[in-house]
Ligand binder design. Structure first.
Ligand SMILES: Cc1cc2nc3c(=O)[nH]c(=O)nc-3n(C[C@H](O)[C@H](O)[C@H](O)COP(=O)(O)OP(=O)(O)OC[C@H]3O[C@@H](n4cnc5c(N)ncnc54)[C@H](O)[C@@H]3O)c2cc1C
Length: 406
């Protein structure tokens, strides 16, 4: 009998990884992606131990990740021209491996996505580029998807990995505007500035009405992004015009301390984008169609967990598929419903808590007025190393399994 066919909508970050696990567990996945090919869009993100733990289940993938690990995590503040280190922690690969089994790796999103696409293709998975899914029609034992170019395809079930602006989500639960958080980011890539050479750190830099995150993505390169309050800006990852980039490079941010100003001055491919999330849904599936990753729980970036939580979704989704359908055979709608219900009951509350936590983190970091900024700095100095905060962080980074049941 033919393997159970699965359509994945979206070849971003979650789609290719899910496809590899489905394929290696006996399913027949195909990916449809709206864009014409792997793009250059986006800056970077960090792969944390919980995300890497899931990726480690794909043989030889971790060794190929194009990125770089920081040695330290520094939180510093520049107020009134004074520079102050609030926190300086060891997060070197050796320390993180000892505590969590995996390091932290900063990656450029386009390069990392390219690796995931190549890995999926090496596993014999077909990716159909230039296919924008628009309509989903469900019958007793299948789903038919229609694309804006007129193509159609059918599968036993569909996983919507189509990100913040997911049409799969809209098809299941109706149109709902993404929630603008009131914050915008400006960011780019830069050569490692002199202040950070020899001290490769992930830096959280706090100023008045702004916060910068910067981390290495290569031996000699940093990715950085500055959050401020601002008017709504599209999240389309388009590079700013040459004129706009020069304005940012030469603007007031270029005078920032702790190497931040140097990153701004030398920034390449500078983008500006609004920060969005969405309120939690009551459910992540209908019939034979289910959501995963940003399509289910898009988040603002302040906890650095977007991609990592998508990988945790994948782990639990695959674990539950195996539990309920060990033969990977055709699934009745009732059986699928059991898998999807268990998956959503586990993941929905967890991710919802993180989406809210991330928004809160942004609001704590970006405050206006010198007194509020001083209070923020003291709270960060005290809070980050508090017992409760440490326990929550350790628990997060230790997920989603100790011994894989996938
Ligand atoms: C171009 C781009 C750049 C990004 N850059 C960053 C960044 O610099 N830093 C950061 O923290 N996060 C970035 N993100 C978001 C980040 O990738 C996700 O938060 C996270 O990795 C979860 O991945 P995902 O696969 O769920 O969603 P995504 O990575 O967003 O992938 C969704 C994919 O679905 C495709 N898609 C959307 N609608 C349809 C449709 N109807 N039919 C077919 N395909 C569709 C999209 O083109 C995209 O490839 C970016 C996302 C995109 C799309």
């Amino acid at each position: 009998m033919a393997n159970t066919r699965v359509i994945i909508v979206g070849a971003g970050i979650a789609g290719p990884v899910l496809a590899v696990f489905l394929k290696t567990r006996g399913y027949d996945p195909i990916i449809y992606e709206r864009l014409p090919g792997p793009g250059e869009g986006g800056l970077g993100f960090t792969l944390q131990p919980n995300g890497l733990r899931v990726l480690s289940l794909i043989p030889k993938l971790l060794e190929q990740i194009p990125g770089h690990s920081p040695e330290r995590m520094i939180h510093c503040s520049c107020l009134d021209g004074k520079e102050d280190i609030l926190i300086d922690n060891d997060i070197s690969p050796a320390t993180m491996r000892e505590r969590f089994g995996f390091p932290v790796i900063g990656v450029r999103r386009p390069e990392f996505q390219r690796l995931l696409i190549d890995t999926a293709e090496e596993h014999g998975i077909e990716i159909k580029w230039g296919h924008h899914a628009i309509a989903f029609e469900q019958s007793e034992d299948a789903v038919e998807i229609t694309f804006t170019n007129g193509a159609k395809d059918t599968a036993s079930f569909v996983v919507g990995c189509d990100g913040l602006h997911s049409n799969t989500r809209t098809a299941l639960f109706g149109v709902e505007k993404a929630d603008f958080t009131g914050m915008v980011r400006v960011g780019g890539w830069s050569p490692t500035p002199p202040a950070l050479q020899g001290n490769i750190a992930m830096v959280n830099n706090y100023g008045e009405g702004r916060h910068m995150i910067a981390y290495p993505i290569a031996e000699d390169k940093y990715s950085w992004a500055i959050s401020t309050l601002g008017a709504e800006a599209k999240e389309d990852w388009r590079t700013q015009t040459a004129e706009q980039q020069n304005e940012i490079r030469n603007g007031p941010l270029s005078a920032w301390g702790f190497g931040a100003g140097d990153l701004v001055k030398t920034g390449q491919k500078i983008v500006k984008y609004g920060l969005y999330d969405r309120p939690e849904l009551n459910s992540w599936f209908k019939g034979r169609v289910v959501l995963l990753g940003d399509a289910a729980h898009p988040t603002s970036p302040h906890l650095g967990q977007g991609a990592n939580q998508a990988f945790e979704d994948i782990y639990h989704f695959m674990r539950l598929l195996r539990k309920h359908n060990p033969s990977a055979g055709q699934l009745s709608t009732e059986l699928l419903s059991q898998v999807f219900t268990d998956y959503q009951d586990l993941r929905l509350p967890r991710t919802s808590e993180l989406v809210k936590g991330s928004r809160r983190q942004g609001e704590i970091r970006v405050v206006e007025g010198i007194d509020a900024c001083r209070a923020r700095d003291e709270a960060i100095r005290a809070g980050f190393n508090g017992d409760a905060a440490r326990r929550a962080r350790d628990e997060l980074l230790s997920g989603p399994f100790t011994s894989s049941e996938m």
